[in-house]
Structure formats: structure tokens, C-alpha cells
Design a protein around this ligand. Structure first.
Ligand code: CAA
Length: 381
């Protein structure tokens, strides 16, 4: 197997790294501390094609491949986890399912502006009583003539505060369990759509997490994404792609923390010499570097599988599980190498440590990834 980025991917990485260092990084601390949604950064990212990386150009995207998408999320997350997840959600949880399940009218109306960064999307699956057990959702969609009428509540919706479009999952018949779940494209300005509280979180504070409430929200049947009852599969296959995005986010956060730790270890002197000369610190850095490479390779393998095979459920779950847990270990060691300075806000590793934590939770917890992997190993392999 030959593992090397091609020239286009290398150019993209350099361009996105420059954008991340020059535009995203200078405001990353403030984005986190004040919980500010980085609207202007996302607008600029859209102009660069980063809001629809793998969407074909005819539908408003950059027309690149899935590994390029991983590079974008990693490079942005290397300086700001909040901006990383905002882009990941728009790319893989919103543009991707419209590409896959949408018809041409829906692509024209929704995908084009979302991929071009003129609009922002969110993915409304989770409910107060339906987190890991996504099929237990209670939002309903009642058919009424040419419309559906939706009622229900969603929680923990990333981008929810600023999204113009939500992909909403609701049941046309609760008695059918997951076979009743149906996906809808919902413009946020529609009557009956409202935001609940804006959540204050441990990390990724700029990503605008909110509740959504739908009260007698009338959606044209033309905005149904896929068939009635196909929504659970839309959600699950979309999350397979989303998990590659979160794996990339975890790799990016860990990479950022690692670079800060290497720099600090070279500069910080104790006992009359740089702490990088101590074997304990060297072993930490060796472990961090090795685990980072392993996670990145698993993530790119999942991306490669997505580009080459119909199902990539196993590879995406493995990449997300390993990368998110790696990010905990690497950011933890980055704090440890910084000692007391790692625990204060002035140093970025404190933010990386907090931002890494959510990667083990959203888009399927580590426990859910293990369930998916075990199911694949035992029943599908
Ligand atoms: N692709 C396509 N179809 C799939 C699939 C996949 N990856 N996974 C399951 N399915 C299909 C199955 O084939 C099955 O189809 P049939 O009815 O035709 O047999 C159907 O879906 C039901 O499958 P299961 O019986 O396996 O479903 P389950 O109810 O046991 O749930 C689960 C499986 C893996 C636990 C799933 O509920 C899950 O992934 N839960 C976690 C939810 C999650 O990740 N939430 C994240 C919210 S979004 C978010 O976090 C975004 C954000 O803000 C950043």
C-alpha cells in the first residue's frame, strides 16, 4: 500500500494551514472564552471551498476527495476545535446526505448554498430521550395534504444557533420504531421552528450548541429527504461519514497540543537544562507522536474506504474510536509537559485538553463505536 498525499492534497494542506494560522488561530482563544460563533471565519472558509470540500463543483462545492476533507478538518482543528466541528458538521452531516439522498431540486435549493458557504447547516437527530438510542426519537411528522406537520424537540445541536437549514429526523409512525423515521430539509426561517437554550459547555465553546423546538411546523413534502421510513438509514450512513470528520477533528486537536508541547519542552528549563533533555519528557513525546500517526492513518484509511466502497461503517467507527481516545491521551500529556502552566488559560494546551473531550461523545460515544465495531466483526465480517 502506497501512502502519500498527492500534489493537490499537499497544496490544499499548505493553503488551509496558512488560513488556520493567519485567520483562525488569532481569534481561537476569544472564540472559546466568550463562546463566540466565528461567523466571519466560516464565511471566509466558504469562499475557499472548505464548507463543501467533497461536494462536486456543479453543486457549489470544491470537488475534492474525502482525504482532502480530512486534511481540512484536521488543519482547522489544529488551531481551533470549535471551527473544526462547525465545518465538519456542515460538510459531512449536512452536505453529504443531500448529495447522497437528495433530488436535483433539493440539491439546487439546499446543497448549492450550503456547500458554497452562503448558508450553514445542522443535523437534528438527538432528543432529550434519544441520544445513543437514536431510533427512540419522539419527534413526529404527520402527513397533511402536500405537507408534513412536525412537532418535537431536539437537543445538543451543533451549529444550531446559526444554522439556516436543519436536517430534521422525525417519525411518521412511532409504532414502526426505526422504520418510521423520515428525514426532512428544514429552512430555519419557517414558522414553528425555534431555538431553545444555548448550551454552555466544557469545550468547543464557539460551535453554537442549542436546543431546537418544532411546533406545528409545516414542511412541504418536496423537502422530504429520501423516502418515508428511510430516515434512520439516512442518519446512520451520514454518521459513518461524520465519524471520519470527528476523527479528523480529534487528530487536529491532538496535533495542535503536540506541537505546543514540543515547543515548550525545548524552551522550558528546569534543573539547569531544557526539560526536553529528560527521558521522561522524551518518552511522552515519542508516545504522542506515534499515536498521532496511527490515528491519522486509521482516519485516512476510513476516508479511502469511503471513496472506494459502499459501506465504510467499520473503518469510520474504528477511526473515531481510536482518534478520539488518542486525543485524550495526547492533550493530557501536553498539559503534563507544561506543568502548572498547562493548567492556566494563558496557554493553549488547556483549551485543547477541554476541546478533545467531546470527540469521545458526539456522533456516537466510544461505547457506541465499540458496539458498531463488534457487530461488524461478529456478524458482517
Ligand atoms: N448505514 C446504513 N444502514 C444502517 C447503518 C449504517 N451505518 N447502521 C444501521 N443501519 C440500518 C440497519 O441495517 C438496520 O436496517 P434494517 O431495518 O433494514 O434491518 C437499521 O438501520 C437498524 O439498525 P440497528 O438495529 O443496528 O439499529 P439500533 O437501533 O440497534 O442502533 C446504533 C444502532 C449503532 C446504536 C445507532 O443507534 C447509533 O449509531 N447510535 C448513536 C447515535 C449517534 O451517533 N448520535 C450522534 C448524534 S449527531 C451529533 O452528535 C452531531 C453533532 O452535533 C456533532
Amino acid at each position: 500500500m502506497y501512502i502519500q498525499l498527492n500534489d493537490e492534497q499537499k497544496m490544499l494542506r499548505d493553503e488551509v494551514r496558512r488560513f488556520a494560522d493567519e485567520v483562525v488561530k488569532p481569534i481561537a482563544k476569544e472564540t472559546d472564552e466568550k463562546g463566540i460563533f466565528p461567523t466571519d471565519v466560516i464565511r471566509q472558509a466558504g469562499e475557499m471551498g472548505l464548507t463543501g470540500v467533497a461536494v462536486p463543483e456543479e453543486w457549489g462545492g470544491a470537488g475534492m476527495d474525502v482525504i482532502s476533507y480530512c486534511i481540512v478538518v484536521e488543519e482547522i482543528s489544529r488551531v481551533c476545535g470549535s471551527t473544526g466541528v462547525i465545518l465538519s458538521v456542515n460538510n459531512s452531516l449536512v452536505c453529504d446526505p443531500i448529495m447522497k439522498f437528495g433530488n436535483d431540486e433539493q440539491k439546487e435549493l439546499f446543497l448549492k448554498p450550503l456547500a458554497a458557504g452562503e448558508k450553514l447547516g445542522c443535523f437534528a437527530l438527538t432528543e432529550p430521550g434519544a441520544g445513543s438510542d437514536a431510533a427512540a426519537l419522539r419527534t413526529t411528522a404527520r402527513r397533511d395534504g402536500d405537507d408534513y406537520v412536525l412537532n418535537g424537540n431536539k437537543v445538543f445541536i451543533t451549529n444550531g444557533t446559526h444554522a439556516d437549514v436543519a436536517i430534521v429526523f422525525a417519525s411518521v409512525d412511532l409504532a414502526l420504531g426505526h422504520k418510521g423515521i423520515t428525514a426532512f430539509l428544514v429552512p430555519a426561517e419557517i414558522d414553528g421552528y425555534s431555538h431553545g437554550i444555548h448550551e454552555y459547555k466544557l469545550g468547543v465553546n464557539g460551535s453554537g450548541t442549542t436546543e431546537l423546538a418544532f411546533e406545528d411546523m409545516r414542511i412541504p413534502a418536496a423537502f422530504r429527504l429520501g423516502e418515508e421510513g428511510e430516515g434512520f438509514k439516512v442518519a446512520m450512513s451520514t454518521l459513518d461519514g461524520g465519524r471520519i470528520g470527528i476523527a479528523s477533528q480529534a487528530v487536529g486537536i491532538a496535533q495542535g497540543a503536540f506541537e505546543e508541547a514540543v515547543q515548550y519542552a525545548k524552551e522550558r528549563e528546569q534543573f539547569g537544562k531544557p526539560i526536553s533533555s529528560f527521558q521522561a519528557i522524551q518518552h511522552y513525546l515519542a508516545d504522542m507522536s506515534t499515536e498521532l500517526d496511527a490515528a491519522r492513518l486509521l482516519t485516512w484509511k476510513a476516508a479511502w474506504t469511503k471513496m472506494n466502497r459502499k459501506r465504510f461503517t467499520l473503518e469510520a467507527a474504528q477511526a473515531k474510536l481510536y482518534s478520539s481516545e488518542m486525543a485524550q491521551r495526547v492533550t493530557n500529556l501536553a498539559v503534563q509537559i507544561h506543568g502548572g502552566y498547562g493548567y492556566i488559560r494563558e496557554y493553549n494546551v488547556e483549551r485543547y485538553f477541554r476541546d478533545a473531550r467531546i470527540t469521545e461523545i458526539y456522533e456516537g460515544t466510544s461505547e457506541i463505536q465499540k458496539m458498531v465495531i463488534a457487530n461488524w466483526v461478529l456478524n458482517q465480517g
